[in-house]
Design a protein around this ligand. Structure first.
Ligand code: MG
Length: 167
């Protein structure tokens, strides 16, 4: 199993990503996925939970950029209240948008963490870009057919990841 699929860290939700955790790992900026990471897929605007958490990160001096595979309209509406750097139609897991995001934030790739709910888009792309990768549990279990299909393989990766950690 390729290490490209292994996250640097697994957490339950964005709330577990604290400024202490970022400081420990010499992270200066975050790249955030939207769907099933910050909010459930069907939620159009940033909710209280997402806004509060993002503000706590930003006010501590960290840079934040949204990188989403979603269409411009989805990303723009979601970002309306947050006013973050944002890239849409990112073509994750290709690394291009991640590298562009770190340039926008003025940071080195090694000092950036990618936060997302999918191994084969967020984690894989972040690893390719040489970034720290944080896998969060998906907010909503109701997902499209293609994502459900990918989850089967994600489970296998996570099993091996867990076995490796124990062994
Ligand atoms: Mg997602």
């Amino acid at each position: 199993m390729s290490k490209m699929f292994y996250p640097s860290l697994i957490v339950d939700s964005i709330r577990d990503i604290t400024t202490e955790l970022l400081a420990e790992n010499t992270i200066k900026g975050l790249i955030l996925d939207i769907d099933n990471t910050l909010v459930a897929n069907h939620v159009a605007e940033a909710d209280e939970n997402a806004i509060e958490w993002v503000e706590s990160i930003k006010s501590a001096g960290y840079k934040v950029c949204i990188v989403s595979n979603a269409a411009k309209s989805r990303v723009t509406r979601f970002n309306d209240k947050l006013q973050l750097y944002a890239l849409h139609r990112a073509m994750k897991p290709m690394a291009g948008a991640f590298k562009k995001a770190s340039r926008m934030m003025g940071l080195k790739n090694a000092n950036v963490a990618v936060v997302g709910d999918q191994i084969f888009t967020d984690v894989c792309g972040g690893n390719r870009a040489g970034m720290f990768t944080i896998l969060v549990k998906p907010i909503d279990r109701k997902e499209g057919k293609f994502v459900q299909f990918k989850r089967i393989f994600e489970k296998r990766v996570l099993k091996r990841y867990a076995d490796k950690r124990q062994g």
